[in-house]
Every structure is written in C-alpha cells, then in structure tokens.
Design a protein around this ligand. Structure first.
Ligand SMILES: Nc1ncnc2c1ncn2[C@@H]1O[C@H](COP(=O)(O)OP(=O)(O)O)[C@@H](O)[C@H]1O
Ligand SMILES: [Mg+2]
Length: 234
C-alpha cells in the first residue's frame, strides 16, 4: 500500500534521514520504533508532505506522492495524528471532531463517520459539548485520534500516541488502535515504547540516528539479539 524508498531528508544542511525505506501492507499494523531524536517524526512528516524529501520516493498504491502538498496527501487517504495533538482547546469536542472531516473524501458522510468514531471512543460522545481543553490527557489523545478518523483515512499514522499517558491508559489506547485496524484501516504506529508496539504490530522497523537498522515481524524483532541489548536492556 505505502512504500517509502530510500528517502533522504534534511533540516537545512543537516541530513536527518539516510536512504530510509519502509513498507506498509494493506490492513496491517506496522510499528516504527526508535529512541528520541532517531528521526521517526521526520520520516512520517516526509510521508505526509510536511517535510521535503530531497531524494527517494514515496508511493501510495504505486502512485508517487513524495513532495505533494499535505492537504493533497490527506485527500488520498493518509492521515497523521501529530505528537502534539494540536486540538482547539476552546472549542467543544464535537467541533474539534467536525473539523476533522473537512476533506472532500469525508465531508458527505460526516454524520455516519461521527457515529462510528463515537463507537471507538464512547467517552467522547459523553463529553461532546465540553471544551477540548477541559479533557484529561488521555481523553485529549483520544480526541486527537478520533479527529483524524473523521477524515476517513485508509492509512492512519500515529506519532507516539502513548506519550505522557499512564500505563493503564496506554493499554486502552493500544486496544482501540487494534480495533481501528480491525475495522479495515491500515496503521503505521510510531513509538518509543518498543516492547508494547512490537507486541501489537504485524511488522516492525527500528530507526536509529536516521538509518533503518533492523526490520522484521514483531515477535521476531523482540527476540532479535541487537534489539534486546540496545532497547530492552536484556
Ligand atoms: N525543526 C528542526 N530543525 C532542525 N533539526 C531538527 C528539527 N526537528 C528535529 N530536528 C532534528 O532531527 C532529528 C530527528 O528528530 P525527530 O524526527 O523529531 O526524531 P524522533 O521523532 O525520532 O524523536 C533530531 O536530531 C532533531 O534534533
Ligand atoms: Mg518524534
């Protein structure tokens, strides 16, 4: 479905990604893991058109999409949930959700999509008249994901959804991500928590200092000697 082929990305003169490749097959969950500063966000910002790709290709269903405008890429069905959540705190939960369906592909089925989204996140239905800013951290993360779903993506990219959440909430969010995937949406999950995300994923990639260093099926990666030593401390 998505294939990233040997991309090089720079911040000014500084090269951040070095010949990075990655594939996401339809209906799967793929995890992209690595330490803080490895280049994970830069990679997905390259995919979604936020960062310019200097060399290499990004293909969605065989169509080249590298360096298209972000709004064009959203219309093609790729939605990124940013690490910073970027909610509108003084608007209601419902208004935040409605803003998610501004895309042409989502506009006409807004009501129905909203019902589907509330099924994944019943708490948001309960809180729909409340300001987004009054929600707890976990609820805000849910709202951020829910708003992304309102754009009717076929590929959902989540940038560290577990960031700053208590372990119980992380578990809940991961369960919901699994449910979203089972509803037919392909997932690219970016995480620092290598253990949990590889447990959930069908396939995983490890990015280190801007280079892809290992890849494999989730369970295999967890028993990979290098991954164990470098990331799991065993
Ligand atoms: N706006 C920026 N300008 C210059 N360098 C940046 C900027 N944002 C990130 N970087 C650098 O790019 C590298 C990768 O960052 P990032 O993609 O955010 O990593 P990750 O998401 O894996 O934590 C880091 O070395 C970081 O310092
Ligand atoms: Mg990041």
């Amino acid at each position: 479905m998505l294939s990233v082929e040997k991309i090089n990305v720079f911040y000014g003169q500084v090269q951040i990604l070095w010949d990075v490749s990655l594939m996401v097959s339809e209906k799967k969950i793929v995890a992209l893991v690595g330490s803080n500063g490895a280049g994970k966000s830069t990679l997905i910002n390259g995919i979604t058109g936020i960062m310019k790709i200097r060399q290499g290709y990004v293909r969605l269903n065989n169509e080249e999409i590298q360096n298209l405008d972000p709004h064009v890429i959203v219309e093609k069905g790729i939605c990124q949930i940013p690490e910073e959540r970027l909610l509108f705190p003084n608007m209601s939960v419902l208004e935040n959700l409605e803003l998610g369906s501004y895309t042409k592909r989502a506009r006409d089925n807004k009501r129905q999509t909203l019902d589907e989204v509330y099924e994944f996140f019943p708490i948001l239905s309960k809180r729909r008249r409340q300001n987004a800013g009054s929600l707890s951290g976990g609820e805000q993360q849910m709202l951020s994901i829910a708003r992304g779903l309102m754009s009717k993506p076929s590929l959902l990219i989540l940038d560290e959804p577990s960031f700053g959440l208590a372990p119980m909430l992380v578990e809940e969010i991961f369960k919901i991500i699994k449910g979203i995937n089972e509803s037919g949406i392909t997932i690219l999950l970016v995480e620092q928590d290598i253990y949990q995300s590889l447990e959930l994923a069908d396939y995983g990639y490890v990015l280190e200092n801007g280079k892809m260093i290992v890849e494999g099926v989730g369970q295999e990666l967890l028993s990979n000697k290098y991954v164990k030593e470098a990331y799991l401390g065993i």
